[in-house]
Ligand binder design. Structure first.
Ligand code: B12
Ligand code: SF4
Ligand code: SF4
Length: 341
């Protein structure tokens, strides 16, 4: 059977993807944007973006030489949790989205294999060296906002992206128009001025300045100015999406994996976790990425920035922990408490 888009759309919907579209597998038009971003040093500590894998992003066929199309999907993760949480919305659920999307994409592929007959494929979710937002834009899933997120007109931007590179040719979709208009809310709201002009009238995210990089990606002791600028953020940052008007009426998902289990944790409770408790609670969630010491380091920073004397005893305990980053941040936080009390 010839591969038809309707069968893909139906399979994507059955697999729980609210958004889907097709991009051609070929040279990615935005790759020069990526190259410029990397050569300007904006990847900061994220070496996986700058090492030998950087060049693979130029064309998805570097991952699957037989690829002719890219099936792009988006999965909603928005729920009715609190805004301004110390934990980013994408990490509230009891399960890691990589596992959820991969499983669902495999289900979708299995369905398409029986409909279309055999084809070669490769599933990608986040970690593969592909320019997911660019491909999704080409596949018509949304436009790139000034906050650099992919935004869909009815769905907003609270969704994950995934792709299946396949060896079959499908008719590609068209990118939608940019609907940021004259809005600048994300740029004005970013507490660290991480959204910077690209010199050509557009905007890009300087990864060295983003709270999300510091609290999720960067290991070890953070520079003092980054500690103070991280505010109450313990894992990631959502500010430039929370202020986006396109997220005002963003749909919510009922998917169990993304329900807000960790939306509003008590910092004192997090600070008191043993390594075993951390493992039991977060092993299957995105928070696992920081590991135990990374989470405690971030909790210590947030406690220092809260300048709440009730955190003193917790910080004193963290200042005794063997890991250098936790100790250093806890000592810094204790000094910060003294500044106010
Ligand atoms: C590295 C990374 C980060 C870094 C850097 C983010 C960044 N903006 O570059 C950090 C740690 C900061 C980060 C943060 C977040 N991330 Co992230 N991240 C990635 C990752 C692994 C690579 C992104 C990358 O290549 N960055 C380099 C820049 C240059 O690329 P880019 O932002 O994708 O931009 C491309 C296009 O947008 C386009 N483009 C951008 N600007 C312009 C301008 C013009 C004029 C043109 C023509 C094109 C263009 O070209 C670029 C190159 O292809 C992707 C997964 C993947 N494999 O793609 C997830 C991904 C982008 N992240 C995601 C998410 C959910 C987040 C967070 C919300 C998590 C959080 N709460 O902390 C935040 C959002 C912060 C933000 N405003 O972007 C989702 C985004 C979903 C969406 N709707 O957009 C992705 C796709 C993961 C996924 N599979 O769902 N992330
Ligand atoms: S995630 Fe936060 S720190 Fe990063 S660009 Fe957006 S508002 Fe700024
Ligand atoms: S806040 Fe405004 S400028 Fe920023 S991404 Fe949303 S619509 Fe675009």
């Amino acid at each position: 059977m010839t591969p038809d888009r309707a069968a893909f759309a139906a399979a994507a919907q059955r697999a729980g993807f609210a958004l889907c579209g097709v991009a051609q597998a070929g040279a990615v038009a935005d790759y020069p944007v990526y190259q410029q971003w990397v050569s300007d040093g904006m990847a900061g500590p994220m070496e996986y973006l700058t090492d030998h894998r950087a060049a693979l992003r130029a064309d998805p066929r570097s991952l699957l030489p037989s690829a002719r199309s890219v099936l792009c999907v988006g999965r909603l993760y928005n729920t009715n949790g609190p805004s301004g949480s110390a934990i980013s919305r994408y990490a509230w659920g009891p399960e890691d989205y990589h596992d959820v999307l991969r499983r669902a994409l495999q289900g979708m592929v299995d369905e398409l294999l029986s409909a279309w007959g055999s084809f070669e494929y490769r599933i990608c979710v986040d970690t593969a060296p592909v320019l997911e937002r660019s491909l999704a834009r080409e596949a018509g899933l949304g436009w790139i906002g000034r906050n650099t997120c992919l935004i869909n007109q009815p769905a907003g931007s609270w969704f994950f992206l995934g792709e299946v590179l396949i060896s079959l040719k499908l008719t590609p979709d068209m990118p939608p128009p940019d609907r940021c208009g004259s809005c600048r809310r994300c740029i004005d709201a970013c507490p660290t001025q991480a959204l910077v002009p690209d010199g050509e009238g557009g905007w890009r995210l300087d990864g060295r300045q983003c709270i999300s990089t510091w609290t999720i990606e960067q290991r070890g002791v953070l520079p003092e100015e980054h500690r103070a600028a991280s505010g109450g953020h313990v894992f990631g940052c959502d500010i430039c999406q929370e202020v986006c008007p396109w997220n005002r009426r963003a749909p919510v998902t009922g998917e169990a994996a993304f329900q807000p289990a960790n939306a509003d944790p008590d910092p004192a409770e997090l600070a008191a976790l043993s390594p075993e408790e951390f493992r039991a609670r977060f092993r299957k969630t995105p928070l696992w990425r920081t590991k135990y010491s990374g989470l405690l380091r971030n909790v210590a920073t947030a406690m220092g920035n809260a300048r709440d004397p009730r955190y003193r005893e917790h910080l004193q305990r963290l200042a005794e922990i063997e890991d250098e980053s936790v100790r250093t941040h806890a000592e810094w936080a204790l000094a910060r408490l003294e500044e106010e009390t």
